[in-house]
Ligand binder design. Structure first.
Ligand code: MF3
Ligand code: CO
Length: 248
């Protein structure tokens, strides 16, 4: 069942979402070669806690990190480690959840580390753009498949592929609520969107083939072909005539 949030709940979601945005603001100028993925998680966790929130992912289904930090061919759920060091030319995605007063904000950004190849920068850009192509369709009366389809079409048109195992999701007092939001699909299908639905839309995009495998750590999802992947996510709410981003 997809829940409809009240005005009060949406305000609380926006407060949680704002803290997630503050993390990206704080990380923006700090990402550089030599930093460990644990350093990134520490910076993120401090901002989350300094703002009175809790890092949602910590202990979620046993996940051991405060945020997810995934480098290059790692698609999602990279576990922060002081032994994983960023190198010039890497791309790193930082997936952040913050829980405040019982409501959750969830978003992700992918950053270049130092000077990156044009290919890597294009992947990051297309991934972000695909989010906005998708949410162009976010309004009451539209179908969820309209969003999924637009993300898929835009990424594939640019020569990229969409992993199937990981999706966006409804969000609210829980990190993961109904519905699943695949990054591929058929327009005109799926649940009808209604004002007050809160959705985490998160294109995860692969430079090569979409096949993924999960490492022995039980979490880190990597592209099987070892090619780059990128991730961009925001939490949104469906409004009277469109949508609003809550992780801002
Ligand atoms: N943004 C991711 C998601 O929505 C992050 C979850 S990490 C987890 O699934 F550890 F909490 F699972
Ligand atoms: Co999410």
């Amino acid at each position: 069942m997809i829940t409809i949030k009240s005005q009060r709940e949406i305000e609380l979601m926006a407060k949680a979402g704002h803290i997630v945005a503050l993390v990206f603001e704080g990380l923006k100028d700090k990402i550089r070669p030599g930093l460990s993925t644990q350093d990134i998680a520490d910076i993120a966790e401090k901002i989350i806690r300094d703002n009175g929130a809790y890092p949602t992912f910590l202990n979620y289904s046993g996940y051991p990190g405060a945020v997810c930090v995934s480098i290059n061919e790692e698609l999602v759920h990279g576990i922060p480690s002081k032994h994983r060091i960023l190198r010039e030319g890497d791309i790193v995605s930082v997936d952040v959840g913050a829980t405040l007063n019982g409501y959750v904000g969830d978003a992700c950004r992918t950053y270049p580390v130092g000077i990156c190849s044009p290919n890597a920068l294009r992947l990051i850009k297309v991934t972000e753009e695909s989010f906005f192509e998708g949410v162009k369709h976010a309004r009451p009366g539209a179908r969820l498949g309209d969003i999924s389809h637009a993300i898929q079409e835009y990424c594939e048109k640019n020569g990229y592929s969409l992993p199937r195992e990981y999706t966006g999701h409804g969000i609210g007092s829980h990190l993961h609520e109904d519905p699943y939001i695949p990054n591929y699909g058929v327009a005109g299908t799926g649940p009808v969107l209604k004002e007050g639905m809160c959705l985490a839309i998160e294109p995860m995009v692969a430079e090569g083939h979409f096949a993924v495998r999960v490492l022995k750590d039980g979490w880190t999802a990597k592209m099987k072909d070892g090619k780059l992947s990128s991730h961009y996510e925001n939490t949104i709410v469906i409004t009277k005539d469109g949508y609003e981003i809550l992780t801002k």
